[in-house]
Design a protein around this ligand. Structure first.
Ligand SMILES: [Zn+2]
Length: 233
């Protein structure tokens, strides 16, 4: 499946491939969108375009449109494609679409209207505004050196996030979070990507929090602040 078969977001894909062509692709790109919108598929396509050993039309720089593409059969393409189980991804996407539609229906009923798209959009905007506001308040707390407030904002954010979707957490994470809050944490955050991750807490009682979480078998990871931003290693 070459880039031309990817149905949505042609402009964004064009821009990403242009970046590849100019060798100006950023170290990290966040692809966001609803579950089932093709983020994972696209990420793997970009990874193959970056690493393909036999790009089609090498003279023209890649695909039939002159932008980087991938052959799909060289050893790099094959290896990267192993991460892509299309059938199950497709099934997931179908389920996700159905769920979205159900959410639309419930929201439309709640709003007493038959317009299935608007309530979702309004709710999303409200959520995004709220999160933006949390960001501003966090910045204020950091700039004024009020880290206690920052900790509490982390808790507010986590509570809000959990209300938004049941999939944000699981019973283990809930237990650890609760335990941390009972043992001196002021707030926390789940960080890291799907399939594994970290819990980050803010506390003014380090010893007590460490002991409580170690008792649950959790491993502490040391971290520090970086003051230089992203850099090429
Ligand atoms: Zn290839």
């Amino acid at each position: 499946m070459p880039f031309s078969d990817f149905a949505s977001n042609p402009e964004i894909i064009h821009r990403l491939r242009e970046m590849l062509a100019r060798n100006r692709f950023p170290h990290a790109v966040i692809l966001s969108g609803a579950h089932g919108s093709g983020k994972y598929t696209l990420a793997l396509m970009l990874a193959r375009a970056m690493n393909c050993l036999e790009p089609p039309f090498p003279g023209g720089g890649g695909g039939s449109d002159g932008l980087p593409d991938f052959c799909g059969h060289c050893s790099n393409c094959t290896r990267i494609a192993q991460a892509l189980d299309l059938d199950s991804r497709f099934a997931e996407a179908v389920v996700a679409r159905e769920n979205l539609r159900d959410t639309d229906k419930i929201l439309a009923q709640a709003a007493g209207t038959l317009d299935f798209s608007q309530p979702v959009a309004i709710m999303l905007m409200a959520i995004l505004h709220y999160i933006k506001d949390l960001g501003h308040r966090s910045l204020e707390a950091i700039e004024s050196g009020n880290l206690t407030d920052l900790g509490r904002l982390m808790d507010e954010h986590w509570t809000h996030k959990k209300q938004r979707s049941k999939q944000m957490s699981n019973p283990d994470i809930d237990r650890w979070y609760g335990l941390a809050m009972e043992n001196g944490a002021l707030g926390g955050k789940l960080i890291g990507a799907g399939g594994g991750g970290f819990l980050l807490f803010y506390t003014e009682q380090k010893g007590r929090l460490r002991q409580a979480l170690r008792g649950e078998g959790l491993v502490e990871v040391n971290l520090g602040f970086d003051y230089e931003g992203t850099k090429i290693l």
